[in-house]
Unconditional design. Structure first.
Length: 81
């Protein structure tokens, strides 16, 4: 693991159906925001980005729609090496 003002790397283990909270790394005044890279060891990963609503596998918990802005679903399977 490492962390600088612009980039950090962490190891995160998620169990099936666990999610990371929706979040942003926006530009603020002269700060360009943070950079984020995701590396997956194994499993099916679904990313939800801003854009056209293509939500098919994911779901929005009842009563929480106002807090889920990213509904453009992309997915990729990562096989063990």
């Amino acid at each position: 693991m490492f962390s600088t003002e612009r980039v950090s790397a962490k190891v995160i283990a998620l169990l099936p159906h666990q999610t990371m909270p929706e979040h942003l790394h926006p530009r603020v005044v002269k700060d360009p925001g943070k950079e984020e890279t995701v590396r997956v060891a194994v499993g099916l990963v679904r990313f939800y980005l801003l854009g056209e609503d293509t939500l098919t596998d994911g779901f929005i918990p009842e009563g929480k729609a106002a807090w889920y802005a990213s509904r453009h679903e992309t997915r990729r399977w990562f096989a063990p090496r």
